[in-house]
Design a binder for this molecule. Structure first.
Ligand SMILES: *[C@@H]1O[C@H](CO)[C@@H](O)[C@H](O)[C@H]1NC(C)=O
Ligand SMILES: *[C@@H]1O[C@H](CO)[C@@H](O)[C@H](O)[C@H]1NC(C)=O
Ligand SMILES: *[C@@H]1O[C@H](CO)[C@@H](O)[C@H](O)[C@H]1NC(C)=O
Ligand SMILES: *[C@@H]1O[C@H](CO)[C@@H](O)[C@H](O)[C@H]1NC(C)=O
Ligand SMILES: *[C@@H]1O[C@H](CO)[C@@H](O)[C@H](O)[C@H]1NC(C)=O
Length: 500
């Protein structure tokens, strides 16, 4: 059946409006929020007390949203657990949950708050979006009653989900995402039965959304980019930093570069749990980021991004991650190789004994090649080239292939792989590559003091990670962090968790 004339006209009209509104760039904001936590107790509080605590957090978020809107931001992302924290049992989180409908219901909670029962949190978030004409992204809890007609129904008669919501500038609910890759510490929540690939269109590109630990897995994170072709990913997180490879700003910026999308990462701020590090990341590097272990205050970041980074002339080329590494022979012998542990994984290392040179280190199927030149070789700092090819099994099971140049904690080689934050050795140049079996490789460069190096490095289409200028600060690590999703054994994590 052909569409009737009015329908056809409506379609053409909608398209024209979208085209007229479409823009090449937009302004993004993320807010790192120092969450006001409830008093630690396993006893459920009253719904009024729960709402009072959530309102305290939303008072702070509202200040950030207003400020972002005044500075012209089109969208703002707030952190995972940003409205009530993370210390709960199934029962004690219940008073904080609301029934969150699917966006197809076409609902503006600000103008019709009681349509689906009490929803004061959704109402307030919707009004903040509407009053300030800005997309608002937040993380709250969804509850869905169930009963014995559903064999998966928990004994307390409801599913509880860690949930991201997005309200558009009219206050309409346009996205709802139930976190798929939960940690076992998140016993207050249920795993959704299937991963959801949640996207929505805006005049400044197609958006996708997922939460925290999701970023290490294939579903839904990689699916959103490779299959749904989103331009920008929204990423509420409560991320505890783990050096040398999994510090928030380092890994999240690397994911944006490796996946060639924008990533808006909003972390919670809690230095006692090493939670800090938010940023606005484009495929060619961080537009802005913050890392603050010194004070306990929140922080608003604002930056301009390309609406369609893949179409931008600045967009990096598609990369064959193994092309260069497969084309060269071993650059050095393996006589001085030794092993060491990085975040529970056993790496093969070789030391950078000279001020410059060419080195190769291999483990299983992965060979890593490094060409480097230091401005000067210091007696008090030791660097190694390392390779790891295998299943990581602590705090999540996932298959990794990693090539890394990194500073050891001390001149004792036994300390290589332990977390290091500072360095003094200046490098003139580096070029790192590896014989990766995966297309998913995330390039990381971390300078002394947990600083990123935007604009100072790039990846060539043959898979070499090289300096683009002379590195302006001492190097802590240069890493190609590869994920080989097909080799993952288990989908879920049986271990205690570090990231939320
Ligand atoms: C939105 O604006 C209305 C009217 O100006 C005001 O009553 C309401 O408190 C505002 N709500 C929020 C969440 O900003
Ligand atoms: C069980 O739940 C289903 C769906 O939620 C509902 O349609 C049905 O009426 C419920 N049955 C009982 C006995 O409550
Ligand atoms: C990448 O390059 C290698 C070596 O040149 C080649 O064997 C391989 O087929 C390439 N992979 C892809 C996906 O093009
Ligand atoms: C490293 O290899 C490059 C060629 O790839 C060569 O020009 C350079 O001299 C080598 N450096 C050392 C110290 O062997
Ligand atoms: C890397 O840095 C050196 C200077 O230290 C510079 O000569 C070289 O051109 C840089 N590499 C690239 C690809 O720009």
């Amino acid at each position: 059946m052909l569409p009737s004339q009015p329908l056809l006209h409506a379609g053409v009209f909608a398209l024209t409006v979208l085209q007229a509104l479409a823009s090449d760039t937009f302004i993004a904001a993320v807010y790192e929020h120092a969450v006001i936590l409830p008093d630690p107790t396993d006893k459920p509080v009253s719904p009024d007390d729960a709402l009072a605590l959530m309102n305290k957090n939303m008072d702070v978020l509202e200040g950030a949203i207003k400020e972002a809107a005044q500075q012209g931001a089109h969208i703002i992302v707030t952190p995972e657990d940003g409205i009530y924290g993370w210390q709960f049992t199934r029962e004690s989180i219940y008073p904080y949950l609301e029934d969150i409908p699917a966006p197809v219901v076409n609902w503006i909670p600000c103008t019709d708050p009681s349509r689906f029962g009490p929803a004061p949190v959704q109402e307030r978030l919707s009004c903040m979006a509407r009053n300030n004409s800005i997309y608002v992204v937040a993380n709250i809890g969804d509850k869905k009653p169930c009963n014995s007609s559903d064999p998966g129904c928990p004994s307390d008669g409801r599913y509880q989900y860690n949930t991201d919501v997005v309200f558009d500038p009219e206050g309409k609910l346009v996205a709802r995402y139930h976190k798929y890759n939960l940690f076992t510490t998140e016993t207050q929540f249920n795993y959704p039965k299937e991963p959801e690939a949640v996207t929505f269109e805006t005049p400044f590109g197609k958006f996708g959304i997922f939460t925290c630990f999701d970023i290490l897995f294939h579903e839904p994170a990689v699916v959103l980019v490779s299959k749904m072709q989103v331009d920008t990913v929204l990423f509420p997180t409560a991320w505890m930093n783990v050096l040398p490879f999994l510090t928030a700003v380092e890994f999240h910026s690397a994911w944006a570069m490796g996946m060639r999308v924008n990533l808006l990462a909003a972390n919670t701020h809690k230095t006692s749990l090493a939670m800090t590090g938010s940023g606005i990341y484009a495929p060619d590097g961080a537009r802005t980021y913050s890392y603050n272990m010194k004070t306990e205050d929140g922080h608003l970041l604002i930056a301009e991004l390309d609406a369609h980074p893949c179409l931008s002339p600045a967009s990096p080329p598609a990369v064959n991650w193994s092309s260069y590494a497969l084309s060269v022979k071993r650059l050095s012998q393996d006589d001085h190789d030794f092993t060491g542990i990085i975040f529970h994984d056993q790496f093969t290392f070789t030391e950078l004994t000279k001020p410059g040179g060419n080195l190769t280190v291999c483990q299983k199927d992965l060979c890593c090649h490094l060409s480097y030149k230091m401005a000067g070789k210091r007696d008090d700092e030791v660097y190694v080239l390392g390779a790891f090819d295998g299943l990581h099994v602590v705090e999540g099971q996932y298959y990794l292939q990693i090539c890394t140049l990194l500073k050891c904690k001390s001149t004792d080689l036994d300390t290589c792989g332990q977390p290091v934050e500072t360095a003094q050795t200046e490098f003139e140049m580096f070029s790192l590559s590896g014989t990766f079996g995966t297309n998913y490789v995330f390039p990381e460069v971390l300078y002394s003091g947990v600083q990123l190096a935007p604009g100072e490095f790039k990846v060539l289409n043959d898979g070499r990670l090289i300096n683009k200028t002379k590195p302006t600060k001492p190097v802590v690590t240069v890493t190609l962090f590869g994920r080989w999703y097909e080799n993952d054994h288990l989908k879920q994590d049986p271990q205690p968790a570090t990231f939320l």
